[in-house]
Design a protein around this ligand. Sequence first.
Ligand code: SAH
Length: 296
Amino acid sequence: MEAVYNPSLMHSCRSEWPPGCTTSLHTHYQKNMRLGIISALHEEQAGLVEAMEGPAKLIHGKREFWVGRLWEIDAVCVLSRIGKVAAAMTATTLVEKFGVTHILFTGVAGAGDKTIRVGDIVVAESLVQHDMDASPLFPRFEVPLTGRTHFQPDQQLSLRLSGAAHAFLECDFLETISETERQAFGLAQPRVHRGLIASGDQFVNDRLRIDALNGALPGLVAVEMEGAAVAQVCHELDVPFAVIRAVSDNANENAAHDFMRFVKSVAAQYAFHITKRLCRHLVEAPLQPRSESAGM
Ligand code: SAH
């Protein structure tokens, strides 16, 4: 089987997918991958841990790491908790203690642009720490002594992730999100966006603040509190990663309204089914070794 990305496979709606593959075949193809999956909130992680085969709980740094297999992928699931330090600590531990080869961050975010709606999905093409400002010593947003403002996720993994997100919206969305919740949150035809995600230690719930960030950061699609910290750690440790977020709010004065309801009834379903589709596709068509896939 050739390890190539085939977008048509990603859009298959078959529930038993890929068909006709044996476990030993999966194991053989995935022996070099250990996927670390980080969630910021408990509700987003619970379903993944329940779906794990042979889960073992290990505690380190006041966090529970769940090690097992998820849809034939060797995986470690962990709750980062909220904020950049928490996320950086979690990502570092996943790599250094648990030997993960790839990291996936799933969570929710505020819309970073007026064209992006609650219920849409954003996949990071690039990440920036919006509260990093050591000016005038360094340019605004630059992480001092790295020479960088933006950190790029792995192109292959991100492409797979947006494929899984598209397939989720086309095939699973209506089945998994009840009509009541779709109406409550005005989820008509959610879309997938790729672009810049900005992270900071601040829950953005102010129209002026989000407009200012949008003006200062071209291509902004979402704001959240962890992704760019994971991105910096993965850059420094040379680990491929990807970030996906369900848009829970508009980062304005209403942002906190119904936030937890959205996380529980919508975002948790998104995270579960998209991760499932991603894992299955990684089994069907493993990623190319990194040297063969140029960065973004
Ligand atoms: N109300 C929650 C706190 C959520 S903090 C509680 O009581 O537990 C917000 C979380 O969602 C963070 O993990 C962050 O990454 C993401 N997020 C969603 N919308 C956001 C916004 N508008 N600004 C910043 N982070 C946001």
